[in-house]
Design a binder for this molecule. Sequence first.
Ligand SMILES: Cc1cc2nc3c(=O)[nH]c(=O)nc-3n(C[C@H](O)[C@H](O)[C@H](O)COP(=O)(O)O)c2cc1C
Length: 433
Amino acid sequence: MSPLSSQRRRIVVGVGGGIAAYKACGVIRHFTEAGDDVRVVPTESALQFVGRATFEALSGNPVHTGVFADVPEVPHVRLGQEADLVVVAPATADLLARVAAGRADDLLTATLLTARCPVVFAPAMHTEMWEHPATVENVATLRRRGVTVIEPASGRLTGKDTGPGRLPEPDEIAAIAELLAERGDALPRSLDGRRLVISAGGTREPLDPVRFLGNRSSGKQGYALARVAAQRGAEVTLISGYTADLAPPSAVSVVSVRTAQEMQSAVREAAARADAVVMAAAVADFRPATVATSKIKKGADEPDTVPLTRNDDILAGLVAARAEGDLPADLVIVGFAAETGDENGDVLTHARAKLERKKCDLLVVNAVGEGKAFEMDVNDGWILSADGSETALEHGSKALMASRVLDAVTPLLTPTIGRPAADGECTNTGSSH
Ligand SMILES: Cc1cc2nc3c(=O)[nH]c(=O)nc-3n(C[C@H](O)[C@H](O)[C@H](O)COP(=O)(O)O)c2cc1C
């Protein structure tokens, strides 16, 4: 969007008084670079960590902490009323408590009481504070009210200690905030306590120690699925092949694999404990039949052709293993299809045939080709269901598409009532790290 457009989004970035307040600068920069009108509202404590001048210079707007500055403009109600999105990063334990209690004792809490747009909190604090029942209840209260509270990352905290409570990187916070802005509502916690396995990226099938057969998958769609599933409450195992330069989403366990065979065994192992598997990876159908132990040289011995052998079909293998009782009978299996039309039919015709062959529960279909799907940040397509229903996926970010796919997975999951509880459910540490 042009910075001069009258349609500029109005974004409020709230900043709490935590050691990670400096990372708010990256979040502010994301929105100013997108052309948004950004108002930074720090707490008084936040200014102990980052100076007012930094926030004013980055946002290009004046910065106040109390409700008695600029009174004729009534900013304590106007900022919230007019905002299109409020992002609070970092959200301290204290700030979560004040907001959950409905306090309005500074400009940020007053703004949060008047905001009717999507609101996202990115908490950051020591693990003990994050796991304290008071914070757990405050987070649950806010989520119940339709606020999105991002799962913190796990890692190095203020001192020498490590654990869950770290503020995710600014790009991660911005990606989730942008999804909320696109959706226009909070992320439902419909996957709380669920275990999801998501594959992403492309495999590489070695030919010799320096060469491989690969593909153009960037991994963006699978990483978006993992990010959104974790923020909807799932415990996510992301089985990742090769990707573009992507940072792993926070609150997700990543298993790195290289070849289709490695991906198959990692997916099968994780699927045994999962509620759903989403196969978004681009897995090679074939691999070189033999792998040379030294680099293949030009010259008299150079091969004319490269014989290929077929890799197992991981998706079909999951469906067969479920039918044979080797995987849970209620495991939901979702495939992805990258299709092009040809003389035998259009994209949907091929996709319907693929669903029929693979017998998975849902098939997400992308039309691929020049400027579509691969390596792009946006996507569209359809979700075909084993029950015959077909849903068009509107054009939007890969995060929005991920969100729509997870909307379709949720009703297929076996109700949790009466099921044995998964280990570690129902706490703020529910996601694995
Ligand atoms: C060096 C230092 C680092 C702190 N880091 C955090 C933190 O990461 N998270 C947190 O919840 N509180 C942290 N605190 C405590 C808060 O600053 C304190 O609770 C304050 O009242 C928060 O005010 P606010 O919520 O209005 O910003 C820290 C305090 C100090 C002195």
